[in-house]
Design a protein around this ligand. Structure first.
Ligand code: 1GP
Length: 261
């Protein structure tokens, strides 16, 4: 497993710790985190430069890279570009096993626990288990819960699963709890990239009350107010992709939300 040099004022000196240790440390200290999501099929070199060159990029904690559909080859080029420009932890957010790339630091090993598609619960993991073992990627076993964000997103279409309706927070909470009981180290609530609505505060609170592990929330976050609501409801890490692709200057608002929460 690779370890990551953390450039964070909360850590005395620049310590070398795992990604999960970093997340757990911040969770305990109630220090919110942000991750930007880069979709290799959409992000151009210019967009990556703008984001990484943004003065507020210093306050970004992680870079997730991946997508529900990524053309072979783009993943590797994209991670290479990012790695040339920053030493922030790059974490693969894979839509399929062909997105595993050893240049990254870690991988969210996603089990789509809101769905009943056995391939996404265990099948793909079996296919990639040996490749992951041989790599130095830090594995973050993640219970991935897809929520209804008001439109059919690529992830719900491709995964062939039904997202949990947002007016059923009890189902989401029981699903997250079961995910933790199965040993997942992180829970990710996602409305899918480009969702109309982000996860509701009520649903996030219900999930948060059931779990002790770090909670990642993403999908459909478009304003500072959205991000603050999501953080205050219980998210430890907020993920934004789509809106930063459209407007890299949104990063300042996202960072302000992190600091206000
Ligand atoms: C999607 O949670 C991520 O899986 C981010 O969503 O692109 O809507 O910000 P957006």
């Amino acid at each position: 497993m690779k370890t990551v040099v953390v450039h964070n004022t909360s850590f005395r000196n620049h310590k070398t710790i795992s990604i999960l240790e970093q997340i757990s440390f911040c969770q305990k200290k109630k220090k919110k985190m942000i991750s930007i999501l880069i979709d290799p099929d959409k992000a151009t070199e210019k967009q990556i430069d703008k984001l990484i060159g943004h003065p507020d990029f210093i306050n970004v904690d992680f870079i997730f890279v991946g997508g529900s559909l990524v053309t072979d080859g783009n993943m590797s080029n994209c991670i290479h570009l990012i790695k040339q420009r920053t030493n922030k932890p790059v974490i693969i957010f894979p839509g399929s096993p062909n997105q595993i790339d050893v240049q990254a630091d870690g991988i969210l090993l996603l089990s789509l626990i809101s769905g009943r598609n056995s391939d996404l619960l265990i099948g793909r993991h079996v296919e990639s288990s040996h490749r992951l073992k041989e790599s130095e990627l830090e594995i973050l076993p993640t219970g991935y819960i897809l929520l209804d964000g008001g439109r059919t997103t690529t992830v719900s279409y491709i995964s062939n699963t039904t997202p949990i309706p947002q007016d059923k927070p009890g189902i989401a909470a029981a699903t997250a709890l079961a995910g933790c009981q199965l040993g997942h180290k992180v829970i990710y609530l996602d409305c899918g990239s480009g969702a109309n609505q982000h996860a509701s505060e009520r649903l996030i609170q219900c999930v948060k009350n059931e779990i002790d592990v770090p909670l990642i929330v993403g999908g459909g976050i478009k304003t500072q107010y959205d991000a603050e609501k999501v953080f205050k409801a219980g998210a430890d890490i907020v993920v934004v992709g789509n809106h930063l692709e459209k407007n890299p200057y949104f990063l300042s608002e996202l960072v302000a939300a992190k600091h206000n929460s």
